[in-house]
Design a protein. Structure first.
Length: 255
């Protein structure tokens, strides 16, 4: 009996013949789609997306300093939304232009509505529970998490509208296309489900530049990757991401 368990453990860690280590084939339900880009191209897409974000942010800051006497919450909100759109430059150049692929290849394809809605709903509960639990840990330790959405966009209904536009509308689309549409499939194809989801989620968490929130963001990234993998589409993960961000915005303004 002991030898059988050792053989099973060795199979999981070392991988089956023809598989990469930690391939997690036993977790795979949907057949994998072969993508036409590799890990290097995905890395190039991330770099290009970040550069575009920085360029747009710097251009907006310079324009605001030149033409606006003082920065308003509306300007900060619009600047954040426009800068986040820069993340789409990487997938556009690497996949749509260089590989002549389509948005369908990036994951924006039809899916089973029942499975997708059930997966996104269940995952939303899991993510919210994890976020609340980590928030309690941060409160216990006296650490500060991500900046307050209310402080960033300002109070009142105008601030709420801007937060919904930037945080619920633009940010999930740009981040999901980059991290789950471009990066995750390439890493999964090269290294398997576990490492692919783990590395892409780590990049997703690090992107937010909030060390105290890194575990919570990493956990959220893992759930988003698994939803995308099992639904074979980016749409359920996108709706899930929007739902999580919407809950955070409503909590900041209405609670």
């Amino acid at each position: 009996m002991g030898a059988r368990w050792l053989a099973l453990a060795a199979t999981v860690v070392a991988g089956r013949p023809g598989k990469t280590p930690l391939d997690c084939t036993f977790l795979s339900i949907q057949p994998r789609r072969i993508v036409s880009w590799g890990v290097r191209e995905a890395a190039a897409g991330v770099v290009l997306g970040f550069l575009a974000l920085v360029i747009l942010a710097v251009a907006g800051i310079l324009a605001g300093s030149r033409f606006l006497p003082s920065w308003t919450a509306a300007f900060r909100g619009l600047l954040l939304a426009v800068s986040e759109l820069g993340l789409l430059v990487g997938p556009w150049l690497v996949v749509l232009r260089r590989r002549r692929a389509t948005w369908h290849d990036l994951g924006l394809r039809p899916f089973n509505a029942v499975v997708g809605c059930l997966a996104a709903s269940a995952a939303l509960i899991v993510v919210l529970v994890g976020s609340v639990a980590w928030g309690l840990v941060l409160q216990r330790l006296g650490w500060r998490g991500q900046p307050s959405v209310r402080d960033l966009f300002g109070p009142g209904w105008q601030g709420l509208a801007l937060a919904v536009l930037a945080v619920v509308g633009v940010a999930p689309v740009a981040e999901e296309v980059l991290f789950r549409g471009l990066v995750f499939p390439a890493l999964r194809q090269r290294w398997g489900l576990c490492l692919g989801a783990g590395v892409s989620s780590l990049l997703f968490a690090a992107f937010h530049l909030s060390p105290a929130s890194l575990p919570s963001l990493f956990f959220t990234g893992l759930i988003l990757s698994l939803v995308c993998h099992y639904c074979d589409s980016l749409w359920p993960a996108l709706w899930l991401h929007m739902g999580v961000n919407l809950m955070a915005v409503l909590a900041a303004y209405l609670v």
